[in-house]
Design a protein around this ligand. Structure first.
Ligand code: ADP
Length: 492
């Protein structure tokens, strides 16, 4: 069987352009699929910073004029290769010649209409690549399946291409007025209906992707179930329930090279699962000194590294933080975000300065030192599509306390005091006192049951967080669309 050809379409791809987790996934997954024998390629916008930074590596392929409603726009195609993956870039100065990846909401709608139409125009002969699978990510690529259906298939183009939509964040859907989208996408009326692109009377790009893609994935099995309910569904739960037969949840992996406690250059002492005790203790001591906490090897040290937004359960933490400190815990928070949470945390930082350290900044080095130096990692999220921090923490022997939602539920298995099984602690309700009592329970095991704690640390450090597992599952989803049982490295 010949190698499957996959084209990823994304507004963000690490290392070229990153705002969030989407970039990490589309940065690593194609490279992993290539290692598993696929021909995986990626197409993204040529933002100004990429044009500047990679000027000497980019090679020009072709340009054309693209019809976008009444406009006729230049669309250039550039390419470069990195780690065995071919990356294509769509060029247009007016749309992508900016420093920020995202601009204002209304302009972004137009920018990504252009992008999606330009991708489809470039696919095939201009790219010299006709994929078997077109893998679209989030709302910025959500209209591609319907554009393919409306503009290409009726004319005999790309008839064998299957489409996959991955939802990384259901909250952002790409919604705008009918007239504007009808103009920008040139869609015939049969697509502009409640059964097609419209949701609550207006075009919704993510909904369009859900309806027209051949398969849908999201970033954890539990989140795939949760988004079928009203609470987590962001208004699309009904549509998702209708199409749940094509929905699969696949966990993200983490970058094992960047987050490796045995080689990490950001931490004061390296360690591994077989022999972590002394050097992890050295990391804890150094972290307590760095942040002005009492240097106390026995005090449980709890860390939280996060965007400060309501999704992350900051309200639960601030409600019981005083009681946690009263119990003798030390707490470190590193994050930026909503000014409301930044101020709330700042105002608490003077409470017990030798026990509490609030750091309102983005600091990758400090993040690594917190992952390595803490005993416990807090993640009381209200919802969490996948979550990477809990996996990173476990790799550094830092035991997570999480709320049982989304990817947290799929990666953190609560400690069972009767069997000794588990790799962390969890609670089920959005309730500050459940967070407090679970933290107290974890600290009790930490303080008084060292052997049990050691098992928890090792279970986390020995966990498998590699992308290989995820890529194999994506391959199975792709294969399904062709009635094939595709497995890594089973291609000629
Ligand atoms: P999300 O993608 O919802 O923000 P994740 O847990 O999936 O949450 O990933 C967050 C990533 O960003 C982690 O790698 C975490 O270490 C990092 N991070 C978040 N806030 C900061 C910060 N203030 N400084 C350094 N790294 C941060």
């Amino acid at each position: 069987m010949s190698a499957p050809k996959i084209l990823f379409v994304s507004s963000e791809v690490a290392p070229f352009a990153k705002v969030g987790g989407l970039a990490d996934v589309v940065g690593v997954l194609p490279k992993t699929l290539v290692k598993q024998g696929c021909d995986a390629r990626v197409v993204m916008p040529l933002y100004r910073k990429i044009k500047q930074k990679y000027a000497d590596q980019l090679s020009f392929k072709r340009w054309t004029m693209l019809k976008l409603g009444w406009r006729s726009m230049y669309s250039g195609l550039f390419t470069l290769e990195q780690d065995g993956v071919t990356f294509y870039f769509i060029d247009n100065e007016y749309y992508f010649g900016h420093d920020a990846i995202y601009q204002d909401y209304s302009f972004d709608i137009e920018r990504f209409c252009f992008f999606q139409r330009a991708v489809l125009e470039a696919m095939g002969d201009p790219m010299e690549f006709e994929p078997d699978i077109l893998h679209c990510n989030d709302w910025q690529a959500g209209m591609i399946p319907v554009l393919l259906d409306a503009h290409y298939r009726p004319h005999g183009y790309h008839n064998n291409v299957k489409t996959v939509l991955t939802i990384h964040n259901l909250k952002y859907q790409g919604i705008h007025g009918i007239e504007r989208i009808a103009d920008l996408c040139d869609l015939p009326p049969q697509y502009m209906s409640a059964y097609g692109v419209l949701k609550d009377g207006v075009p919704n790009f993510l909904k369009a992707g859900i309806v027209y893609a051949d398969a849908i994935t999201t970033v954890s099995p539990t989140y795939a179930q949760e988004i079928l309910t009203g609470y987590y569904g962001e208004g699309l739960d009904g549509v998702l329930r209708n199409y749940s037969y094509k929905l699969t949840g696949i966990l993200n992996g983490i970058n094992l090279d960047e987050y490796d406690p045995s080689t990490d250059p950001h931490i004061p002492a390296n360690f591994s699962a077989d022999d972590y005790q002394d050097n992890k203790a050295a990391c804890k001591k150094a972290l307590q000194e760095e942040l002005g906490l009492e240097v106390n090897a026995g005090a449980p040290l709890l860390g939280m590294i996060t965007r400060l937004v309501d999704q992350k359960g900051i309200d639960l933490l601030t409600r019981v933080l005083d009681e946690m400190l009263y119990d003798g815990m030390q707490v470190i928070v590193l994050g930026t975000g909503d000014p409301f949470y930044e101020d709330a945390l700042r105002s608490m930082s003077s409470h017990r300065p030798n026990q509490l350290s609030i750091n309102i900044k983005f600091d990758n080095g400090l993040a690594h030192r917190i992952y390595a130096g803490c005993d416990i990692f807090l993640m009381p999220s209200l919802f969490e599509p996948c979550g990477l921090s809990q996996m990173i923490a476990m790799r550094y022997g830092t035991v997570p306390i999480v709320r049982e939602t989304g990817g947290l539920k799929d990666t953190v298995f609560p400690y069972n005091q009767f069997t000794g099984e588990g790799n962390g602690f969890s609670f089920s309700n959005i309730n500050a006192h459940e967070l407090l009592f679970t933290s107290k329970y974890a600290c009790d095991v930490y303080r008084h049951h060292k052997d049990e704690w050691d098992k928890l640390v090792k279970a986390g450090m020995n966990g498998n967080y590699s992308w290989d597992l995820s890529a194999a599952q994506y391959l199975a989803v792709y294969g399904n669309l062709f009635g094939k049982d595709w497995k890594p490295n089973s291609f000629e």
